[in-house]
Write a protein that binds this ligand. Structure first.
Ligand SMILES: [Zn+2]
Length: 252
């Protein structure tokens, strides 16, 4: 992967060098080339801390016993504009309430963007991750959302436009963000490693706003993952986001 990237960079550099371009133009061409490549393999190039995504891919390629690197890449999903457009189940995991998958463990019938009460939302608002748990009964309790796992953590984005109504730490949900998308539609993001800058109560967000990184924050031990909830109802009740009704984002 690194050699391939390096080759693309050198190739782009050679082209603009021959044309006698200014350094700023060279930088722009390199950014474009890297952006194109990122949209193919799902790397998020606009934040230096996101190199963890690449580390994660290398680790999963080595640890998966025979997978081609390309297979491991695909199992982290295919990323575009703040969400995954293809999602795979996590290899070797027992996944509760697993949606139907094809022969490559790709979620069948997966809709990258869902429409809920007229609001468009991403179903997998992460830069990289595999599907590790579905919505519904899990060990006799209701799992109120869906989970995406990435061992090294990846970027978590807002699922759509809206306003942050909660950005707090709780022992059960760790660093948690709740967004009001209007029309009684809300989303919750739990166990974040941290909050991205500007992510506080009252902030406006769009479908490509970074909320933070996938983490494992909670008062108990959890794997690195995003717990993502779709919630409907009236936030202005005493229970706030915990008075809302959880829905399965895969059911839309
Ligand atoms: Zn969960």
């Amino acid at each position: 992967m690194r050699n391939f990237l390096f080759g693309v960079v050198l190739g782009a550099f050679g082209t603009v060098w021959a044309m006698g371009a200014l350094p700023e133009q060279i930088a722009n061409v390199l950014n474009d080339k890297l952006g194109d490549l990122a949209s193919v393999v799902g790397i998020d190039t606009d934040n230096s801390t996101d190199t963890a995504d690449e580390t994660d891919r290398s680790a999963s390629a080595e640890g998966s016993g025979g997978f081609e690197a390309a297979d491991a890449l695909r199992r982290g999903g295919v990323y575009q504009n703040g969400h995954l457009v293809e999602v795979f189940t996590c290899p070797g995991m027992a996944i509760s309430n697993e949606p139907p998958v094809d022969a490559d463990d790709r979620l069948k019938n997966f809709k990258p963007l869902i429409k809920v009460e007229g609001v468009t939302l991403a179903a997998a608002p992460v830069s990289h991750g595999c599907f590790s748990s579905g919505f519904g009964d899990r060990d006799g309790k209701l799992h109120k959302g869906v989970d995406y796992h990435s061992e090294a953590g990846s970027t978590v984005y807002s699922a759509g436009s809206g306003t942050i109504v909660e950005a707090i730490y709780r022992d059960d949900y760790g660093h948690m963000v709740v967004i009001d998308h209007g029309n009684g539609v809300y989303t919750r993001y739990a166990h974040l490693k941290d909050f991205a800058s500007g992510i506080t109560q009252g902030s406006s967000v769009t479908g490509t706003t970074k909320l933070g990184r996938m983490g494992q924050t909670a008062g108990y031990s959890v794997p690195v993952h995003l717990h993502y909830e779709l919630l409907l109802g009236d936030f202005n009740m005493p229970a706030k986001s915990f008075g809302l009704e959880p829905k399965d984002p895969m059911a839309y």
